[in-house]
Design a binder for this molecule. Structure first.
Ligand SMILES: [Zn+2]
Ligand SMILES: [Zn+2]
Length: 374
């Protein structure tokens, strides 16, 4: 969205006056990325980039709390260059170079703290072509320089014409540039159906899509003899999942989030190197690394509960910076507690009678879903 500014205005004020949540957009002034604390002058070209389809609207209100007090700095906190981002959690303005440094340092710290990567491992990444997997692909291919491991990109075509074909094109381009070997799979070939077909019969498409995608990722990762699958989940995703668990009253799912209740060698371990980074910072990193944002969105994602939760959390983060990270930490603590309290002796992993994938019931969730549809 492009705006011509008629008089001098601070970007935070501009966003709030339009009812736009700063937490869910990037802003450029005269084509350069700018922190929201910056001011736009008369005649400046201001562009607001919504990195998720629908404008995340706040009810129009006056600036208050954190943003009112946040003072703009003309230079980066660490050097004299112009800042491109403001990080409310650290009350810090950073230039391009220092933002990229901090981003990569944070990912390395997460990777070390959770022992996610080891030398010479074969690591798969689910690459969809969106900004999150683009950022993950970039950051891991950079870490690869100091800690040698092999990277493989796994791209899944769910069969959403006009949307997925474009993002797959993006994904292929990036993998080539970064010299990462890419493997393409499709719902049609692996499951005998596409999301478009499922949409004709079912409403809660996001859960169908998620279950089938996970099943393909796991079985293909095993086929490729991968040690781990890296998922581009960010801090926002984790805070949303935590809230969704509460809203849906699913404590067992909560316990399974980081590691399965019963260990099974057929389940390829999943790692989340971006788990400590906000979606907004990932969008900033992706932008600085040349990701092309477009207004395309998954046409089927409109009614999910996750979207409502996402909106509320963005609103809370905008008013009370640090909310998402506090929710995610609480989620970690709860997961450990639930994990320890579950009697695991009676739990066992079976094999799905249809596809042979590991499953807690006779039929895995993927096959159960496919039986309902086909
Ligand atoms: Zn700097
Ligand atoms: Zn199955």
């Amino acid at each position: 969205m492009e705006i011509a500014v008629s008089s001098e205005i601070r970007l935070t004020e501009l966003l709030h006056s339009m009812g736009i949540c700063a937490e869910a957009v990037l802003v450029t002034v005269n084509d350069e990325l700018a922190p929201e604390t910056a001011t736009a002058k008369k005649g400046d070209k201001v562009e607001i980039i919504f990195y998720k389809h629908v404008p995340p609207l706040l009810s129009q209100q006056n600036l208050r709390g954190h943003w009112k007090k946040a003072k703009h700095r003309k230079s980066c906190d660490r050097c004299k260059s112009k800042p491109v981002a403001y990080l409310p959690n650290f009350r810090s303005h950073l230039c391009r170079k220092h933002f990229l440094n901090l981003f990569e340092k944070t990912v390395k710290k997460t990777v070390r703290a959770h022992r996610m990567l080891n030398k010479n491992e074969r690591i798969g990444i689910g690459v969809s072509g969106g900004k999150d997997s683009f950022a993950l692909l970039h950051v891991l291919s950079r870490i690869r320089k100091s800690l040698p491991f092999e990277l493989f990109a796994l791209t899944i075509d769910e069969g959403i014409p006009g949307y997925r074909d474009k993002t797959i094109e993006n994904a292929c381009k990036r993998c080539k540039e970064l010299e990462v070997k890419q493997h393409l799979y499709s719902f049609q070939e692996e499951c005998g159906t596409t999301i478009m077909d499922i949409a004709k019969k079912k409403e809660n498409l996001c859960s169908y899509c998620g279950v089938l995608r996970r099943r393909i990722l796991n079985s293909k990762a095993r086929e490729l003899k991968l040690d781990k699958i890296a998922i581009a989940h960010n801090l926002d995703d984790i805070a949303q999942t935590a809230m969704l668990n509460m809203i849906r009253n699913e404590p067992l799912r909560l316990a399974r989030f980081n590691s399965p209740l019963v260990a099974d060698s057929r389940m390829v371990p999943r790692i989340r190197p971006l788990r400590d980074i906000r979606e907004k910072e990932i969008a900033t990193y992706a932008f600085l690394m040349g990701h092309e944002f477009n207004s395309l969105c998954c046409p089927y994602s409109k009614n999910s509960l996750r979207r409502a939760v996402r909106h509320e959390l963005n609103f809370l983060e905008d008013q009370y910076p640090g909310t998402k990270s506090r929710i995610a930490s609480g989620f970690d603590t709860l997961q450990d507690m639930v994990h320890k309290s579950i009697q695991k002796e009676n739990l066992s992993m079976k094999s799905c009678s249809e596809c042979g994938e590991p499953s807690s019931a006779n039929l895995c969730m993927g096959c159960k879903m496919l039986k309902e549809i086909i």
